[in-house]
Design a protein around this ligand. Sequence first.
Ligand code: R1P
Ligand code: MN
Ligand code: MN
Length: 398
Amino acid sequence: MDYQKYKRVLGIVLDSVGTGAAADAAQYGDLGADTLGHVGVAYHGQLHLPNLARLGISNLRDQPILGIAPAKAPLGYQGKMAEISAGKDSMDGHWEMMGLPVKQPLATFPQGFPAEIIRKLEEFSGRQVIVNRPYSGTDVIHDYGEQQMDTGALIVYTSGDSVMQIAAHEDVIPLAELYRICQYARTLLNGPDNIVGRVIARPYIGPDKDHFTRTANRRDFSLEPTGETAIDKLHQAGWDTIAIGKTNDIFSGRGFGQAFHNENNMDGMDHVDEVMGQDFTGFCFTNLVDFDAMYGHRRDPIGFGQALMDFDQRLGTVLDQLHDDDLLVITADHGNDPGFTGTDHTRENVPLLVYSPSMQGHGTLGTRATFADFGATVLENFNLPAGRYGSSFLSQLQ
Ligand SMILES: O=P(O)(O)O[C@H]1O[C@H](CO)[C@@H](O)[C@H]1O
Ligand SMILES: [Mn+2]
Ligand SMILES: [Mn+2]
């Protein structure tokens, strides 16, 4: 089988690393949000991202990130992508990248989930449901974790996104049982009345409320993709499709030939190194979730910046390992500005950094009208027909 330019495409999604408010940010209450910009401000010019800088992370912005000068001759091509999905969650972002924007808003529950759903959940699990309203996931285990341990209840909570999250102590509800309960909850939220993007298992450990921590045994039970994605097309055509991290969960595993679970960002980068050592032909789709889960939702710009610097260091190894016929694409799925009010995602454009050592030139890809341009480019590279959304920038990469 023949491909156009690149034998391996390595996509890395820096979860929630937005690069400034989207044109429609006001509709989401997110005017002025700028994840990368505000992390830079929090560091007073001391944020050091040499490899992202070489790839042009500051070049693609109207205002450079504080302390990161735009590269004079950046490596490869850079731009931004705007989102057309009717949401700003991970599922919307990743599905749209793969050609399946979520056009109808999914259900959100600012007042908590309907009594009928809670009743069924209690009946199935034989456990009481507590909380049932929007909450920060770290606050909710601090405030209700001890009650959860004493009673064996399920902490059910949500956010501004279309998510049902279920938290339970690992010693009180074994993981297998928690996952089973989440899988059942999934079946209650597939429509037609309530269509919810994700049910997320949120296990935690620790002796008491001041020492509870969430574990890497989080699992996302996503809605089954409602149409064909670029991953499906690649897989059906016989190309290799590899998921690293949450990407596998986000597509309900559909279309991936191989999948790795990440313990954290550095473990995710270990998997990237491992996969780069494989002789595959196709697409590897990585998600690094710590930016979002550990720092964005916690509104911790210093932690966020440190995670970016840690990633940047690992990126250096990736750049050294790239083959001439590899294409590296670094992007994000939404924003989560740690300098913004609240604890929710922010509607932002996302960076688009595209590089192969075989490139002779460099240049700009502008502001892409949809995240789907990424998937469209991958499809064209592997000689597959374009979907309804997205336009390929493959021919611009010289
Ligand atoms: O506060 P935590 O539990 O991290 O939850 C966050 O994680 C969800 C998925 O990104 C978001 O919708 C938000 O609710
Ligand atoms: Mn995300
Ligand atoms: Mn999030």
